[in-house]
Design a binder for this molecule. Sequence first.
Ligand code: FES
Length: 106
Amino acid sequence: MSPEWISVAKSAQVPEGGTLQVSCGKEILCLFRIRGQVYATQDTCTHGAASLSEGYVEGEEIECPFHQGLFHIPTGKAVGKPCIVDLRIFEVKEADDEVSIKGCES
Ligand code: FES
């Protein structure tokens, strides 16, 4: 796990209510922006090989595009079947037009 902040995107690439798949070290993450705040989770669903960046954001939840499982974005909690395993979440910092992440596998 990298103790360093890694720049992964420009702020403008993460639209309100949208998603963005990014690489962080060896990992693929999904960025979200909810009420101006950027959040980061693992991009792969815990139920199967779906990319959550291709899912649908509804409020604070992301719906998986494969079987419509739901996760709470700020906490990563699995909140809708068939998903029962939580997502990993990552620390996010947004400054000077850059989104940076701490804690991904380097
Ligand atoms: Fe995500 Fe099945 S792969 S709900």
